[in-house]
Design a protein around this ligand. Structure first.
Ligand code: C5P
Length: 244
């Protein structure tokens, strides 16, 4: 976990999954100072483009660009360089793309940041989406073992390929840390406080479980962004994380 982290909220990444920029910026303004990063994912990026990242950076936020890159190495390197130039603090790439793709993502992201005179972003591998369960892997994708097994296999490959960490479910964090080392970051979506529904997520956990398992960052979207009072929902999550 980065040294600068002190408050529990610093571990929270809010997923700004909106179809346009205005509500994302509005929410960002209300929540950013209590969180570690704001996440721009495929919905917002494909709606608002790089301006989404630039506007959030202008507001002073640190941005996780959840690009989930998955293409050939040359294309991924170019996309990662562009993201690096935009000043993202974290960027991700599918580990299922393989070693050369992850290495290309890292090289591109660092080169892009350097070209803009910015600090190097963290580059993170996506293991198995938390919306997938064991049955999906076995019956539909033909991948060996459980979702957890596959996630650990991909985390190990991500580590060998120079990633700073992985996106994985809370249930895989301790195995990831055991396999890849305590400093290898675990970024965990699929977070659902007791008061929230599961939506389309399968491998879910509460904020308290995430902290107990050693997750470095908790990615939280709908339980906060779709709450009647998002600031209160965030405060509730932070309180739950701090409970003994
Ligand atoms: O609304 P919710 O809390 O489910 O949002 C989770 C966020 O994390 C979404 O933006 C989703 O794209 C992202 N994510 C995920 N599972 C992964 C990687 C990213 O749910 N494996």
């Amino acid at each position: 976990m980065p040294d600068a982290m002190t408050a529990p909220g610093d571990r929270i990444i809010i997923a700004l999954d909106f179809p346009e920029l205005a509500p994302a910026l509005d929410l960002a303004e209300r929540l950013a100072s209590h969180t570690g990063m704001l996440k721009v994912g495929l919905e917002l990026f494909n709606s608002a483009g790089p301006a989404a990242i630039e506007s959030l950076r202008l507001q002073g936020a640190r941005v996780f660009y959840d690009a989930k890159l998955h293409d050939i190495p040359n294309t991924v390197a170019g996309a990662a360089a562009a993201a690096g130039r935009l000043g993202v603090s974290m960027l991700n790439v599918h580990a299922l793309g393989g070693r050369a793709v992850m290495e290309a993502a890292k090289e591109g992201a660092l080169r892009g940041a350097e070209e803009s005179g910015l600090p190097p972003p963290l580059v993170i591998g996506v293991t198995i989406l938390t919306s997938l369960g064991d049955r999906d892997l076995r019956d539909d994708l033909g991948l060996a073992g459980t979702a957890g097994d596959a996630a650990i296999r991909l985390a190990s490959l991500a580590k060998q390929s120079g990633m700073d960490g992985v996106v994985c479910s809370v249930h895989e964090v301790s195995d990831v840390k055991q396999t890849c080392g305590a400093d290898f970051l675990a970024v965990t979506p699929g977070i659902r406080p007791g008061w929230a529904g599961s939506d389309d997520q399968t491998r879910i956990a509460t904020p308290k479980q995430a902290v107990a398992q050693g997750a470095d960052y908790l990615v939280i979207g709908r339980p906060i962004t779709r709450a009647d009072d998002p600031a209160q929902a965030l405060a509730d999550v932070i309180r739950e994380m701090s409970e003994p």
